[in-house]
Design a protein around this ligand. Structure first.
Ligand code: C5P
Length: 313
């Protein structure tokens, strides 16, 4: 009699990577009745990636979530997590049970104004769609993404794009070449709603309306692949609001400029500071300055533009 050893096959799983972003330009209008501010923003995806693995579990298990990475302790592990919500939203949309084990590997600073949580949501949408074989078109995933958060559609799309509305109505932008970035991240995040509230206070709720025509020089610099012109055109309406809550970031900005950065600004609602460098070597030199001066809890170098959410395994 022959004996057979039954080895359980590993559960099917799908691994997806989605990028963090920097706002090359962020223009913020007066708050609307829905509590959101109309934006015009030029987003660029950078090569700091969140990785979400979706693994099949037995029917009725529901969603579960684990997170790894240097700042994982600050990330919620329940249904308030955007990746978890993404699985729920997709399951409801296609009419399947939301049974999946999600594992997130963080590669983007947490609560840093670089859309790390939004990248998790974008990656989870793509991962669950592939795992459940639900075949939802990208355009439809984009609609679900917008329901999850203003930055989620961009993390799905990647590359460089102009966002209007809440920042979720996207038009891809033409760019040439590769840009070198360095980021100074803080242990302590900044709450996005608090920064928008500080902006309302600073502008007395009377911010002028925003328009895409304000970014003509920036779009030209992107098309030409001209980092010097791009550095000069970087702009963030939320910067003063973020600095009012974190005055120490002024020094981080100054240090980058002293180290020859082509431009430096607070990324999105902060507190991450982004500096544009001439080359990878220059990015490393700016990073070394920040580290030597104790101006950041962690420094990260990256290039942009980077791809949107995509299956990697
Ligand atoms: O869409 P998301 O959940 O990322 O936004 C978080 C908060 O940031 C919102 O509740 C709102 O207070 C603020 N926000 C805003 N205007 C935007 C985007 C976000 O006021 N365009």
């Amino acid at each position: 009699m022959s004996r057979h050893r039954l080895t359980a096959a590993p559960s099917p799983s799908v691994r997806v990577r989605a990028p963090g972003k920097v706002n090359l330009s962020l223009r913020v209008g007066p708050v609307g009745e829905d509590g959101y501010h109309p934006l015009v923003s030029v987003f660029q995806a950078v090569s700091l990636f969140e990785e979400v693995t979706a693994t099949q579990v037995s029917p009725g298990s529901g969603v579960s979530l684990t997170v790894e990475g240097p700042q994982a302790a600050g990330v919620p592990l329940d249904a308030t997590n955007l990746a978890w919500r993404a699985a729920d939203v997709l399951a409801r949309h296609v009419g399947v049970e939301p049974d999946v084990a999600l594992h997130v590997r963080k590669g983007v600073p947490v609560a840093g104004g670089m859309a790390g949580g939004s990248a998790d949501a974008a990656a989870a949408l793509v991962a669950c769609d592939a795992l459940w074989e639900t075949g939802v078109p990208r355009s439809e995933l984009g609609v679900l993404a917008a329901r999850l958060g203003a930055d989620v559609p961009f993390c799905l799309l990647g590359h460089t794009a102009v966002g209007t509305g809440r920042g979720d109505l996207l038009t891809p932008a033409m760019t040439r070449g590769e840009f070198h970035w360095v980021f100074a991240a803080s242990e302590e995040g900044l709450s996005t709603p608090r920064v928008f509230a500080a902006y309302d206070e600073l502008t007395g709720g009377q911010a002028p309306p925003v328009g895409v025509e304000d970014d003509t020089a920036l779009m030209q610099a992107l098309r030409a692949g001209d980092p010097t012109a791009l550095g000069a055109a970087l702009h963030n309406d939320l910067q003063e609001a973020a600095l009012s809550l974190r005055p120490d970031l002024r020094r981080t900005l100054d240090l980058a400029r002293e180290a020859g950065a082509l431009g430096a600004l607070v990324s999105g609602s902060g507190p991450t500071v982004a500096a544009l460098a001439r080359s990878r070597q220059h990015a490393l030199a700016i990073a070394a300055t920040w580290t030597a001066e104790g101006a950041a809890d962690t420094v990260w170098t990256a290039t942009g533009p980077a791809h949107g959410a995509r299956v990697v395994g």
